[in-house]
Write a protein that binds this ligand. Structure first.
Ligand code: AP5
Length: 207
């Protein structure tokens, strides 16, 4: 299964793409995580990407297409993969068509108001990479899985989130029509408990 998770910031793509990848036994590939890793590692890609991510802008296509192409060419992707956050522009989708077959696109959907609230409560673990929310942490500020202190993402500040949302509606939302035309997209609403949404996504991937 080669799948893409598409959707606005905070809709739950990372949460559900990583759960689906674990269930299916295929690698989870998040371009946001890869870019943040590159920034933390001080690589050339990280240095180029940092200003765009901090501002809530999309990183230029040439950079992101390069890292996606390289990652999908690795041997562990031969049996399938789940992509989170790539492609995000029509140019990226066209490029991907040249180096990755796509069986299914999951469009994770949530209203703007609700996703702004979710992002405000998001806490991430720098240890295991887990994604959490103050709603379910019961006041804890350490990761419930590995006990590493949790943090907010630098690009989760309200003015940056607004900018990311504008970029989504302008650049990424049109991809739904593109994949609709290819007959591979399924929409799943994310305004329900995580296990319920995950079950619907696994069913949509199995169709
Ligand atoms: P990226 O890291 O991909 O961020 P994003 O797409 O903006 O999405 P988020 O990670 O904010 O949200 P999500 O949908 O994964 O939600 P999550 O599961 O965390 O990209 C960051 C930046 O990198 C971009 O702005 C851009 O600059 C750059 N970039 C990356 N890819 C690029 C590309 N292809 N091209 C160009 N630039 C690129 O969930 C959110 C919260 O909700 C969490 O707290 C979670 O616990 C909670 N939650 C999830 N589901 C539920 C539920 N069902 N009920 C209650 N709470 C829930």
């Amino acid at each position: 299964m080669n799948a893409i998770f598409l959707g606005p910031p905070g809709a739950g793509k990372g949460t559900h793409a990583s759960r689906a990848a674990a269930s299916l036994g295929v690698p989870y590939i998040g371009t946001g995580d890869m870019l943040r890793g590159a920034i933390a590692g001080g690589t050339r890609v990280g240095l180029e990407a940092k200003a765009y991510i901090d501002a809530g802008d999309l990183v230029p296509d040439g950079i992101v297409i390069g890292i996606a192409r390289e990652r999908l060419g690795m041997p562990d992707c031969a049996g399938g993969f789940i992509l989170d956050g790539f492609p995000r522009t029509i140019e990226q989708a066209w490029a991907l068509a040249g180096f990755g077959r796509i069986d299914r696109v999951i469009s994770v959907e949530l209203d703007d108001e609700a996703l702004i609230e979710r992002i405000a409560g998001r806490r991430v673990c720098g240890g295991c990479g887990g994604i959490h929310n103050v709603e379910t942490l019961g006041g804890r500020d350490e990761c419930p899985v590995c006990s590493t202190p949790l943090a907010r993402r630098g690009d989760d500040e309200p003015d940056v989130v607004r900018h990311r949302l504008e970029a989504y509606h302008r650049e990424t939302a049109p991809l739904r029509d593109y994949y609709m035309g290819l007959g591979v997209i399924k929409s799943v609403r994310s305004d329900r408990p995580v296990p319920e949404v995950s079950a619907d996504i696994l069913a949509a991937l199995a169709e």
